[in-house]
Design a protein around this ligand. Structure first.
Ligand SMILES: [Zn+2]
Length: 101
């Protein structure tokens, strides 16, 4: 039985690390929702980009909200990691018990 190199979520593209963390349409919808939630929380428009979401770079225009942004992004990254090898999309922020809050 061979193993497919494709993404476990969309099954349409090769599952490179960047695809699985960012490019995958299923993961992109999570990032859009996270950034919409961040925008609501800080009252300022935040657009999703891999530098901020994956690499923790906060643009100068958002630095005053860095703690809130980083906190929500950590939860989103953890949600993705909790379902890393699952076919199902990650739950946004996971469940309370899975995050050990
Ligand atoms: Zn995919």
């Amino acid at each position: 039985m061979g193993t497919s190199p494709n993404c476990l979520k969309c099954k349409a593209r090769v599952g490179t690390r960047f695809h699985c963390l960012w490019e995958c349409a299923i993961i992109q919808s999570l990032w859009k929702e996270v950034c919409a939630n961040i925008s609501t929380a800080i009252g300022q428009q935040v657009t999703e980009n891999p530098l901020m979401c994956l690499l923790r770079y906060i643009p100068v225009s958002l630095v005053q909200h860095e703690h809130v942004i980083q906190s929500l992004l950590i939860l989103a990254r953890k949600s993705i990691m909790l379902r890393w090898v699952a076919a199902e999309p990650p739950f946004l922020y996971g469940s309370r018990s899975s995050l050990k809050l």
